[in-house]
Design a protein. Sequence first.
Length: 216
Amino acid sequence: MKFLSTIAFTFITLLSFSQYEELLAVEIDNKGLAPGKTYQFYAQFANENDHVHIVFGDDIKELIIQSSKKFYQNEFGGAMSTNINPKLDSLDKTVRYDSYLTIGRTNSRENYLSNFNLDLSQFETDGSGIRTDDGAWYVTPDQEQAYCKNGNKHILVLQLTTAGSVSGQISMQGKDNKGLIWRELAIPISIENAISEKDFIKLKKSNEKKFKKTGL
């Protein structure tokens, strides 16, 4: 049995009812600076302090990220958000629309993202997709970037820019606000019901307003 599946079965008795709700696709206005459209994918949760710390594929459910056309890769970016230097944004506005993997960060600032056993070379060099049955990107569970805080119920896990149609699946694991492990397998990646950046900002403001009133 492969490494990631071993981890999964080790924690099976600790699983909680998932506080994860959906993988929300948001179309970001790239102002035509990058070819195609830019999409951010957010894990949406129910509660303050819910979190996600690993996105993976294993021999039970493979991880697949693909598009009918190439993913856009900026020459100053990289395959992971840790490769995005925030200082470059003032020099090249297109770097913010690079395609990358992440958990809770859009650049390298205070970013502790790592990956296990992922071959990202083709994704980065020629915009090909990603496929693995024994790989992951992750942060350790103590990292702030993985958590829902101050009414923010959305954790960014992926940004993709492409002129094509995006598809695939990912699996995720984290803990709920009581410290119990949750896991969701084979979550579909789709842009079919993507919401606009403007509507996403409204949703976030609504959640933050509710948090200030209720603490939830």
